[in-house]
Design a protein around this ligand. Structure first.
Ligand code: MTE
Length: 301
């Protein structure tokens, strides 16, 4: 499997943003061993994955626990106490328990992943996350052979989350993945971006990132992970099953009932940002299409 979005940067290698960008391109290019484009000296895919700015990634957010305006999370998410933090891992695991964030971090290998993020609302970004593979965390807890799905839950703290007094969706925010999706090496628990700790508005201290699915699957500020043998309920599917399926794979050929999913607009492009074609599985088709072989992607949208 070609994991072209991967490189070997560790947290200890992280440097300030401008330097970091240069080195990332060098490291990423070397790791991929790919031909560099003559014009820029960078591999073609790195060019295509030029990340959005820190400013864009941290001020244009969806985190409804803090309000539904794109600027609300940046305004209010600092109210969330993110340290200490524990993640309860339970259900079909060998070692259920409350795992302290710091203890998790001591055991995980943190690396940088530059991923596309495609929101169901048709905006897109490229984000230089840092984090570790969800599979490694699940291995820490020891997944039992009976488990088929992974359920996730965000913190629910009315006193720290001004948005939860509005029943926009059912709280707490919950999400889920099939076990093979959760174990896929592209699926990460992100703990930072641009080499810094995760900003609260992006889901501090740790959130799921599944780059081939619509952004709402990438649940923020996770407090509980439960291994189950049945498909878990998910927030947007409960809100409207017809509009938001359990799978929610990015798919330009399956429209949302109220809008086309064929195009997207990159955040930060300004007033005249041009639409770009949305790619199957958000550009990660080569890596993930096999997970859905033989499935009717319209039915299992
Ligand atoms: N997680 C929680 N708990 N609450 C939310 O409202 N919004 C989702 C997802 N995770 C959301 C969430 C949606 S719709 C998107 S597009 C992404 O977070 C946005 O992530 P970002 O703000 O880091 O870009």
């Amino acid at each position: 499997m070609a994991l072209r979005w991967r490189n070997d940067l560790r947290e200890s290698d992280i440097t300030p943003e401008p330097v970091f960008l240069d080195r990332r391109q060098v490291v990423a290019g070397a790791a991929a061993g790919m031909a560099l484009t003559a014009a820029t000296g960078r591999p073609a895919w790195a060019e295509a994955l030029e990340p959005n700015t820190w400013e864009e990634i941290t001020t244009y957010n969806n985190y409804y626990e803090f309000g539904t305006d794109k600027g609300d999370p940046a305004r209010y998410a600092h109210m969330l106490t993110t340290s200490p933090w524990t993640v309860k891992i339970d259900g079909m695991v060998e070692r259920p328990g409350d795992y302290a964030f710091e203890d998790i971090m001591k055991k995980m290998t943190v690396e940088e992943r530059i991923y596309r993020l495609r929101c169901v609302e048709r905006w897109a970004m490229v984000v230089p996350w840092s984090g570790f593979e969800l599979a490694d965390l699940l291995d820490l807890a020891g997944v039992r052979s009976s488990a088929r799905y992974v359920a996730f839950q965000t913190a629910y703290r009315p006193e720290e989350m001004p948005g939860v007094k509005f029943p926009v969706v059912e709280w707490p925010y919950v999400e889920g993945l099939r076990l093979d999706e959760a174990m896929h090496p592209l699926t990460i628990m992100a703990t930072g971006l641009y080499g810094k700790d995760m900003p609260s508005q992006n889901g501090a201290p740790l959130r799921v990132v599944v780059p081939w699915k619509y952004g709402y699957k990438s649940i923020k500020s996770v407090v509980r992970i439960t291994l189950t043998d049945s498909q878990p309920p998910t927030t947007w599917n409960k809100y409207s099953a017809r509009e938001y399926g359990f799978y929610s794979n990015v798919n330009p050929n399956v429209d949302h009932p109220r809008w086309s999913q064929k195009y997207e607009t990159r955040v930060g492009g300004g007033l005249f940002a041009k639409k770009e074609r949305t790619r199957m599985f958000n550009g990660y088709e080569e890596e993930v299409a096999h997970l859905y072989e033989g499935m009717d992607l319209e039915k299992y949208h």
